[in-house]
Design a protein around this ligand. Structure first.
Ligand SMILES: Cc1cc2nc3c(=O)[nH]c(=O)nc-3n(C[C@H](O)[C@H](O)[C@H](O)COP(=O)(O)OP(=O)(O)OC[C@H]3O[C@@H](n4cnc5c(N)ncnc54)[C@H](O)[C@@H]3O)c2cc1C
Length: 478
């Protein structure tokens, strides 16, 4: 709980609307996007970089712990305080003052609290967009802090590839404001410090502004659902990548179990498969074109059909069947997968990443382990297969709570198989937070943890955020 002196000081910086202390009004800032969350000691809502700087400096001087929060769509309990009631939330939701598009430069400068949808709405009339595509609507500060990936990573990469500049408030007694490489595509005049803050989950500072390279919106998109022959998905990926080249923007894998849940539970979603028969596995591919169509040039739909006919006709083709359909309808199925699973109870989600070649061997081994040791769960996975990303989701077969010890054993089984058995990552794109602190403690090498903690100390004068970066007691010295 904040003392009356702290309340008065923070209110004098932020004004009354900038400080929330009423528990019902704070509840939304404590609740996580999916499950869990905590209890804020108070919610601070600055509107400008200067206000962020002042509240950060105040918190550091008074040793008040805080967690930065943007859209609160994060999935690893990084953006919410813990249950102690001791941590403040610094919400960036009122930091929406700057949204400036530079058409000549093809860049945009935004305050941290601007939502992805608001940026894209401002860019659309100019035929531009930020090509990070996901089933949530986060804020740009949070996206920089988590280095968001998404479904079109294959073609456009993650946030890091688009960020040309960052403004950051450091967790020191002055609330130092750092401006890093503001808007230059090329700048080798100093160490590229902005990259340290991208994907730092709020542990190194509060991001208050982002400058982004934005892209030409596609003028055409064509999509298809591909049914691969068993064991042939990587051959299919290689065939499509070779034939479509740069036009290939997505290669998204969906298990039959996940598609069935989406089709059963998400209203208005049409079943695209002939006779409604859902295959064991399908891949959504998308081709896009940004240049206008020239006279007599084949359309993208023609291109896609020709590519698939050619692949299907090859001896020992990896493609069993294909269905070309309206891109928005096929993407609707892909984007409904999470919601479809959640409708059936608490989803035990794992955001894993592998080398491409390890994705399906891991999937087979993990499914066998789950069937043998945790038969009360069904595997309902989907993944950004071309990026090695696998959302290995487990849904309880029967409703009801999962015992904490059972859940811990399940998480341990999947994580150790992924990291130790298949050389993968326990956090592909959702970042770090309290939900995967145990995996960080266990699988990140002590030397990496030590350097990470030392780097955080360069910027911070007090521990910040939900994450503990340093080695845990008992890690071998380095
Ligand atoms: C339905 C759904 C689908 C999703 N799909 C994807 C996906 O495909 N790919 C993907 O990568 N993610 C995905 N996510 C996860 C999430 O949307 C992303 O991680 C997103 O970038 C988080 O942004 P946010 O604004 O919501 O940040 P928050 O959730 O508010 O914060 C996330 C983390 O960043 C820190 N932080 C927030 N703002 C700042 C700031 N200004 N300065 C410093 N630190 C800050 C927080 O402390 C926290 O650690 C999905 C989430 C949902 C709910």
């Amino acid at each position: 709980m904040l003392g009356s002196e702290d309340r008065a000081a923070l209110e004098s910086i932020l004004g009354a609307p900038g400080l929330i202390l009423d528990p019902p009004a704070m509840a939304g800032y404590g609740a996580a996007a999916r499950y869990g969350g905590g209890a804020p000691a108070g919610v601070l809502r600055p509107r400008t970089t200067e206000e962020v700087s002042k509240v950060v400096a105040y918190c550091i001087r008074r040793r008040l712990p805080y967690v930065p929060q943007s859209g609160n769509t994060g999935l690893v309990l990084g953006s919410t305080p813990d249950v102690t009631g001791d941590q403040l939330v610094i919400s960036l939701e009122r930091m929406t003052g700057v949204l400036a598009v530079d058409l000549e430069d093809r860049t945009a400068r935004v305050s941290a609290g601007v939502r992805l949808s608001a940026l894209n709405a401002a860019l659309e009339p100019h035929g531009l967009f930020l090509p990070i595509d996901l089933g949530a609507d986060p804020m740009l500060g949070g996206m920089a802090a988590t280095n968001t990936g998404g479904a079109r990573f294959l073609r456009y990469g993650d946030m890091r590839r688009h960020i040309l500049g960052l403004e950051v408030v450091l967790p020191d007694r002055e609330g130092t404001v750092l401006s890093l490489s503001d808007g230059l595509r090329k700048d080798s005049s100093s160490l590229p410090l902005r990259h340290v803050f991208i994907g730092s989950f709020g542990a190194l500072g509060v991001i208050t502004g982002v400058t982004l390279e934005v892209h030409r919106r596609p003028t055409a998109a064509s999509a298809a659902l591909l049914i691969p022959h068993e064991g042939a998905i990587l051959d299919l990926l290689a065939a499509v990548e070779t034939a479509a080249g740069e036009a290939l923007t997505a290669f998204e894998g969906m298990s039959g179990a996940a598609m069935s849940r989406a089709l059963a539970n998400v209203p208005g979603l049409g079943n695209p498969f002939p006779k409604g028969q859902i295959p064991a596995y399908a891949v959504l591919i998308e081709l896009t074109r940004s240049a206008p169509l020239r006279e007599r040039e084949p359309t993208l739909d023609d291109d896609l059909e020709a590519i698939l006919v050619d692949i299907a006709a090859r001896p020992a083709s990896p493609l069993a069947d294909a269905l070309i359909g309206p891109a928005d309808r096929l993407w609707a199925l892909r984007h409904a997968l999470s919601e479809g699973l959640r409708a059936e109870g608490p989803v035990i989600g794992f955001d894993l990443a592998f080398r491409r070649s390890a994705v399906f061997p891991f999937r087979a081994a993990a499914a066998a382990r789950v069937a043998a040791e945790f038969p009360e769960f069904e595997v309902c996975d989907f993944g950004h297969i071309a990026d090695g990303g696998l959302h290995f989701n487990l849904v309880p077969r029967e409703p009801g709570p999962v015992e904490p010890a059972r859940l811990a054993a399940l998480r341990d089984c999947v994580h150790s198989l992924a990291v130790e058995g298949f050389g993968g990552s326990f956090s592909g794109e959702h970042g770090l937070g309290r939900a995967n602190q145990d995996a960080y403690d266990r699988y990140v090498p002590p030397r990496v943890k030590s350097y990470s903690a030392a780097l955080a100390n360069v910027f911070a004068q007090a521990p910040v955020g939900a994450l503990r970066l340093g080695p845990r007691p008992g890690d071998s010295a380095c």
